[in-house]
Design a protein around this ligand. Structure first.
Ligand code: HEM
Length: 495
């Protein structure tokens, strides 16, 4: 890069914006090749899962091609996906094409180049697999908007009641014996499952016929859909054969799904009445509610909550004191109540949640198929893409792009505080869209966007009303972080 263009870049970062020179970008051939059909996609899959790992898989190719846009085969490949060929977009600028539904089609691409059998969703293609041009997309998304809007006043009390029990259990686990630890992920699975049922439908699943088996049934059903993207640390040959090459037979998860469906058809009966008024059948709506609650929401919180605690555990304990101070003083000023208005005033708390979502977006892969011939622009060049080609984004690279975020690879708790900080929010993309935009029935942005950031903030609020600080061991598990809490220091100043 020339010194004048690097100056422009530095100014852009300082201004907190990805503005660049208005000179037209050179149009270049997309580098990279798909290699020998079948064999190269298996090779790429092995590199991705075992030999290089996700981040290095992309990093090494960016270095090899000198470009953040290139051609590559994405796992799982044969025989799970019939075409593994994609054009990868790995910077903040080129990634944007994936949010533009006038340019990309989002039909059947939630998980990537493969689509799990619809036998796992009652024979229906549920909302997340529908392109906005399909009529049922708007109807189902509207149903979810209506549900979420109608449940606003239930979320805070439900969260506080269930997560305070989680923390009580955690405290008793930690005091059970010297050196005892508490597995946050395990507790979170159970609590998040009950919380979602209670927050959405006022019926905690554990109080129904599902009993305490809801999370394990949900985990199994999720695994059947996501296993092509997972490694378990088993011998490679077994994983390749059973997880990455052929779909697991859906009938093995049928009885679990049936039990989950029974909960929804009873607990969500009033929502199904609303669905009929919107022109949807009860059955299709029920499968959609199940998917949105378990795959989108429970699956999302399984990953997001440990990620938030992970970054706090790794941060300077000073951040813990600042959060405790902010949260307690705002709640005190609101007469001791945790309200939506109070949470809105917690600048640092909000920033920490956005920063966790930026560092570790829970859904890391996004896909879209070019609807017509189009041009993708990275920071350096423009690339021609032909109609029908698959575009793929690895989100952590877009949200850590150092041309947009200074020290983009570092967790900076107060990154989004203040006017300059707020300007950066448009580059937070976890919801399959810009944080400054909203989901609509016309786009593919997460229907639960506001709910998710609210609940992320509530986790911090509940935690720092109870504790001054904590320590934890941080590791990795399946698609996210594993957090094992080793100590909790109870709040010394109360409101
Ligand atoms: C931490 C939690 C969550 C995360 C990380 C998350 C993330 C996402 C992402 C990345 C997408 C786009 C997928 C794609 O097409 O590439 C999405 C879509 C969607 N999400 Fe969420 N989500 C979460 C929670 C929720 C909640 C609570 C709901 C509530 C009902 C929800 C409902 C949906 C729906 C319906 C779609 C499909 C949108 C459409 O087809 O237009 N999600 N979510």
């Amino acid at each position: 890069m020339s010194s004048s263009s690097s100056k422009i870049m530095i100014q852009a970062v300082a201004a907190g914006a990805a503005q660049e020179s208005s000179l037209p970008l050179p149009v270049k051939e997309i580098p990279g090749s798909y290699g020998i059909p079948f064999l190269s996609s298996i090779r790429d899959r092995l590199d991705f899962y075992y030999f290089q790992g996700q981040d290095n898989f992309f990093k090494s190719r960016i270095e090899q091609y000198g470009s953040t846009v290139f051609r590559v085969n994405m796992p799982p490949g044969p025989f799970m996906a019939h075409d593994p060929r994609v054009i990868a977009v790995l910077d903040a600028k080129s990634f944007d094409v994936l949010f533009d539904v006038s340019r990309v089609e989002k039909r059947n691409f939630l998980c990537g180049t493969y689509m799990p059998s619809t036998s796992l969703t009652g024979g229906y293609r549920v909302c997340a697999y529908l392109d906005p041009s399909e009529p049922n997309h708007a109807k189902v998304k509207q149903l979810l908007f209506t549900l979420l809007a109608s449940r606003k006043s239930y979320v805070i009390p439900s969260f506080r009641s269930l997560y305070s029990s989680l923390f009580e259990t955690m405290e008793s686990q930690l005091t059970a014996s010297p050196g005892a630890k508490s597995d946050f992920n395990k507790l979170n699975d159970v609590t998040a499952f009950d919380f979602l049922g209670d927050a959405f439908f006022s019926v905690t699943p554990s109080s129904t016929n599902l009993g305490t088996n809801g999370p394990s049934k949900a985990n199994k059903w999720l695994f059947f859909q996501l296993c092509p993207l997972i490694t378990l640390g088993l011998p490679k040959i077994l994983e390749e054969l059973f997880l990455h090459t052929f779909p697991l037979p859906p009938f093995l998860a049928k009885s679990d799904y049936k039990a989950l469906y029974a909960y929804f058809s009873s607990a969500a009966a009033p929502v199904l009445d609303t669905a009929e008024k919107l022109g949807l059948s009860r059955e299709e709506s029920c499968h959609n509610l199940l998917f949105a609650t378990i795959f989108n929401s429970y699956g999302g919180f399984k990953v997001l909550f440990p990620v938030i605690l992970k970054w706090l555990a790794l941060a300077d304990p000073n951040l813990h004191s600042q959060l405790a101070k902010e949260i307690r003083s705002v709640v005190q000023a609101e007469g001791g109540k945790v309200t939506l208005a109070a949470i809105e005033k917690m600048e640092l708390t909000k920033s920490v949640v956005y920063e966790a979502l930026r560092m570790d977006p829970p859904v890391k892969f996004q896909y879209g198929k070019a609807k017509h011939d189009l041009l993708i622009e990275s920071h350096e060049a423009a690339y021609k893409v032909s109609k029908g080609e698959m575009i793929f984004g690895y989100q952590p690279f877009a949200t850590k792009d150092t041309r947009v975020f200074e020290n983009g690879n570092e967790f900076v708790g107060d990154r989004f505080v203040g006017e300059q900080g707020k300007k950066l929010l448009k580059h937070v993309l976890w919801s399959n869209g810009h944080e400054t935009e909203s989901p609509t029935v016309e786009n593919k942005q997460c229907a639960g966007k506001d709910f998710v950031v609210l609940v992320g903030r509530l986790l911090l609020v509940e935690f720092f009303l109870r504790y001054d600080t904590f320590t934890a061991e941080v590791g990795t598990v399946l698609l996210g972080a594993q957090v094992t809490v080793t100590s909790l220091t109870k709040a010394t100043s109360f409101i």
